[in-house]
Design a binder for this molecule. Structure first.
Ligand code: 3PG
Ligand code: MG
Length: 340
């Protein structure tokens, strides 16, 4: 993008503004802030008009709960200049099918496309791939930086290399972990993913799973809860965090690591009663002297809330995208950008 002549030209930027939401507002604006350098560079280079687009959540069609408005409000507050923010790209049925007609509507009245949505480049969607085929396309500053920082985890790394995984989107992540985990010296898994792993065939290498969990009587912030062995959760109760023995065991693995990649919280960290597991992992990662990379909107939110985000070497805006990059997969939203 540094080489692109944008003066007076209309630029469409695909950012990943898929931020965690809470009570209709932005719960963590890290991804919005991460989009700013590219937008500021375009402004300073005299772009004629800047338009930003992103998906938000996983709506099934237009849904007011996923309207881009609160994200747009935060972005326009943080950005000093003029820009237009398009509505959630996933409100259009052509987005996820990479429909050329939707890509053409996105490209319409634009001169240049800038791909800066690192968190979404593992998706071959209209706004990440289709539109890039219809306009001169460049990589944005965030995308460049992410590829550079995460690239340090490719190839030979200092050992022990410890991989920590949790969070939602379990089905997306299990396949990746199957491939990526073989490169690590230890694989620690918490959260919902651990439960699913126990039920499935497991993985072709040793995995550290929780030995104890914080079980809750219902899925609620103030639910009655107690610590129990992982296999002693009462019928009808739910494991919403890893327990204290697991926290200690995970920390013992993480602290001496020379290379760490952590993606996904250990429990429902948004609720204080179930936040300790994620806190323990965050603290251990922060304490470690090794090269640490943390990826995914929720893990970054947790680190930020704990005041630890500056203690890791790279806080990646990508969750699934970072995992797929490390797995060695080609990322469609990167592959579509011609080399400069
Ligand atoms: C993410 O949060 O990982 C990205 O924004 C991609 O979202 P998706 O998994 O819904 O495609
Ligand atoms: Mg996410």
């Amino acid at each position: 993008m540094r080489a692109a002549d944008v003066a007076g030209r209309r630029v469409l930027v695909r950012a990943d503004l898929n931020v965690p939401l809470e009570e209709g507002g932005v719960a963590d604006d890290t991804r919005i802030r991460a989009a700013l350098p590219t937008l500021e560079l375009l402004r300073d280079r005299g772009a004629g008009a800047i338009t930003v687009c992103s998906h938000l959540g996983r709506p099934k069609g237009p849904d007011p709960a996923y309207a881009i408005a609160p994200v747009e409000a935060r972005l326009t507050e943080l950005f000093d200049g003029e820009l237009t923010v398009l509505e959630n790209t996933r409100f259009d049925p052509g987005e996820m099918t990479n429909d050329p007609a939707f890509a053409a509507r996105l490209a319409d009245a634009q001169d240049v496309f800038v791909e800066d949505a690192f968190g979404s480049v593992h998706r071959a969607h209209a706004s990440t791939v289709g539109v890039a085929e219809q306009l001169p396309a460049y990589a944005g500053l965030l995308l460049e930086r992410e590829l550079e920082e995460l690239g340090k985890l490719l190839g030979e790394v200092e050992r022990p290399f410890v991989l920590v995984s949790g969070g939602a989107k379990v089905d997306d992540k299990l396949g990746v972990l199957r491939k990526l985990g073989g490169r690590a010296d230890a694989v620690l898994v918490g959260g919902k993913m651990a439960e699913q792993l126990r039920e499935s065939d497991g993985l072709p290498f040793p995995v550290d799973l929780p030995t104890d969990v914080v079980a809750a009587a219902e899925f609620a912030e103030s639910a009655e809860s107690r610590v129990v062995p992982y296999d002693a959760v009462q019928a009808g109760w739910l494991g919403l965090d890893i327990g204290p023995d697991t926290r200690a065991a995970f920390a013992r693995r993480i602290e001496p690591a020379r290379t760490i990649f952590w993606n996904g919280p250990m429990g429902v960290f948004e609720w204080p009663a179930f936040a300790e597991g994620t806190r323990a992992v965050a603290q251990a990662v922060a304490k470690s002297q090794g090269y640490s990379v943390v990826g995914g909107a929720d893990s970054i939110r947790a680190l930020t809330e704990l005041g630890l985000v500056d203690r890791v070497d790279w806080a990646s805006t990508g969750g699934g995208a970072a995992l797929e990059l490390l797995e060695g997969k080609e990322l469609p939203g990167v592959a579509v950008i011609p080399p400069e």
